[in-house]
Design a protein around this ligand. Structure first.
Ligand code: MG
Length: 127
C-alpha cells in the first residue's frame, strides 16, 4: 500500500479481547487478528488502531496505553486514531456492518431487518 493507504483496526473485541470496560485495562490479543495484523505490517501495510478510546476525556492516556500494548503484542507502536480520512482503505471492527456501495444492501446478503432483529440488544444499548 505505497499510496499512503492504511487499514483501520478496532481494538476492543476485534484485536484485543473485550469483556466489559475495566479502567486502564486492554485485553489479551485475539490470536487470529494479531497474526493478521502482524502479517500486514511485515508486508509494509500501514495499520492504525481505530478506537473510540482515542476520543474524549482521557484520550491521551488511552492512546499511550494502546501504543504500549501494540509494542508488546505486535512488536511496534501503531498510530492510534478515532478518525477516518480519505487514505483509509479498510476498517476491521466487530461493530461494523458492510454494505454494498451505493445500494444500502448488506454485502452478506442478509436482509437489513433480520440484522436489526439479531442485534437488537446491542442497538438498544447504544441508542
Ligand atoms: Mg470493538
Amino acid at each position: 500500500m505505497s499510496d499512503g493507504g492504511w487499514v483501520g483496526v478496532d481494538l476492543d473485541g476485534t484485536l484485543a479481547r473485550y469483556d466489559g470496560w475495566k479502567e486502564g485495562v486492554i485485553g489479551e490479543p485475539i490470536t487470529l487478528m494479531q497474526a493478521r495484523v502482524r502479517e500486514w505490517l511485515a508486508r509494509g501495510i500501514e495499520v492504525r488502531i481505530m478506537t473510540a478510546r482515542a476520543s474524549g476525556d482521557g484520550a491521551e492516556r488511552e492512546i499511550s496505553l494502546i501504543k504500549r500494548w501494540c509494542q508488546e503484542h505486535l512488536g511496534q507502536e501503531l498510530e492510534v486514531t478515532c478518525c477516518k480520512d480519505y487514505q483509509m482503505v479498510e476498517i476491521w471492527d466487530d461493530r461494523a456492518v458492510r454494505v454494498v456501495k451505493n445500494t444500502g444492501l448488506i454485502s452478506d446478503g442478509k436482509d437489513v431487518q433480520d440484522t436489526l432483529l439479531e442485534d437488537s440488544g446491542d442497538i438498544g444499548g447504544i441508542m
